[in-house]
Design a protein around this ligand. Structure first.
Ligand SMILES: [Zn+2]
Length: 99
């Protein structure tokens, strides 16, 4: 998923609050999603929450079963795409397929 120039990754928390791409982790253990860019930019974290009661898309808290590969739900995926698009700006998006 994603692409060489931008996309989304499954990330894991570490105690410092930094996160690293967790490509080797089982996606079912995903704790959240964020947009990333080849320049090193990272979008805000969308946290995966355990229960639907905690689900609050406006605060980037998502209750979802990401499956084995950790794919974000479609609405989160498109939000991540928008965040990344805002980061790179419209000129950089020329030639990219529509989401
Ligand atoms: Zn960038």
């Amino acid at each position: 998923m994603g692409s060489e120039a931008g996309g989304t990754v499954v990330v894991g928390w570490d105690p410092e609050g930094e996160s690293e791409p967790a490509g080797l982790l089982d996606g079912r253990d995903a704790v959240g999603w964020r947009a990333v860019c080849e320049c090193g930019w990272r979008g805000p974290m969308w946290a995966r929450v355990a229960t639907s009661a905690e689900h609050d898309i406006g605060r980037r808290r998502v209750h979802a079963d990401p499956g084995l590969y950790g794919d974000a739900p479609d609405d989160v995926e498109s939000a991540l795409r928008r965040e990344w698009a805002d980061h790179v700006g419209p000129a950089a998006l020329e030639g990219w397929p529509e989401a």
